[in-house]
Design a protein around this ligand. Structure first.
Ligand code: SAM
Length: 287
């Protein structure tokens, strides 16, 4: 980590939360890593994570320089390295990185893991062919992180992100008194399948305004897909039939899916000539 720049309050809170989170996940080290998502040709069209890999596999990612943003326990770094990419990955939490490093060693995968914040990367300019961000942009300062992603990417590099999302209209319903004070407390146990919700103090689902800022760094995205109409909101993802039905419904509702989905997958080439000053000055959604 760059000792010269102290962490912001938000980064420090995220770090503390994830240090504790990592301590409870050491069991990850006992299980073999399942590489199906990257290697299996039978694809799970209903699953956003799998859809991201379907896109990346079609992009000839083997042998390319790939950056995994906020890699946590290293899942995506491991899968992409196994698929044949040259992977570098970073995160704020040394405990999460320790798990990721051990798994990579066990699997004999050469991945460079580093501890740093997304808002200030230590990588050189114009290095990466691909940048992959999953469930991380909603934890960070978006304009600063996007600006850094643009800087370290080669011209025409592919950016792929897969994040929790809520259109401001849907969000207003979610935080109405009826849902927030009455419905949500009754549903929360069921929706999270009895697990404690994994939500940090500062994380915010991406809004359409955040998506605008992120996609301002890109040429026209090649894919924009929405997932989770009811899944994760009213129903847990334990019921495969309902998960498939949910994805099918959102597919049929494509013209209005951006108002309804709770997860977004967008991918396409970055535009190095994007006006970084504009990205930095655009206000993100209120926190
Ligand atoms: C929800 S987890 C996602 C981890 C991983 N991308 C995945 O999908 O498994 C969020 C991760 O972001 C990291 N994080 C939070 N704020 C960060 C920041 N400003 N810079 C880098 N990593 C950050 C946390 O330590 C945590 O590992």
């Amino acid at each position: 980590m760059n000792d010269l720049e102290p962490l912001t309050d938000r980064q420090r809170r995220e770090l503390e939360y994830h240090r504790e989170h990592a301590k409870q996940r050491s069991a990850l080290l006992d299980k073999p890593v399942n590489f199906n998502i990257a290697l299996n040709n039978n694809r799970r069209w209903w699953n956003a994570h799998w859809a991201m890999y379907t896109y990346l596999r079609n992009k000839d990612i083997k042998g390319k320089n790939v950056l995994v943003v906020g890699c946590g326990f290293g899942d995506d770094a491991l899968y992409l390295a196994k698929y044949g990419a040259h992977v570098k990955a970073f995160d704020l939490s040394p405990e999460s990185l320790a798990i990721a490093r051990t798994l990579a060693e066990k699997e004999n995968l050469a991945i460079e893991f580093k501890e740093m914040p997304a808002e200030k990367l230590e990588y050189e300019n114009n290095y990466f062919d691909f940048v992959v961000a999953r469930d991380i942009l909603h934890h960070v300062d978006i304009p600063k992180s996007i600006n850094e992603i643009l800087r370290v990417s080669k011209p025409g590099a592919i950016f792929c992100f897969n994040e929790v999302y809520s259109h401001s209209i849907t969000n207003r319903i979610r935080y109405s008194d009826f849902v927030d004070k009455w419905l949500y407390p009754k549903m929360v146990n069921f929706v999270y399948g009895g697990n404690k919700p994994y939500i940090t103090e500062d994380e915010r689902k991406l809004s359409e305004q955040d998506i605008k800022i992120i996609t301002a760094s890109m040429a026209k995205p090649e894919i924009e897909k929405y997932f989770n109409l009811f899944i994760g909101r009213l129903i847990s993802d334990n019921y495969l039939f309902l998960v498939k039905l949910d994805r099918l419904l959102l597919y049929l509702l494509s013209p209005v899916a951006k108002f309804l989905g709770a997860r977004i997958l967008i991918a396409g080439p970055l535009n190095k000539t994007a006006q970084t000053s504009e990205i930095l000055e655009t206000p993100t959604s209120p926190t």
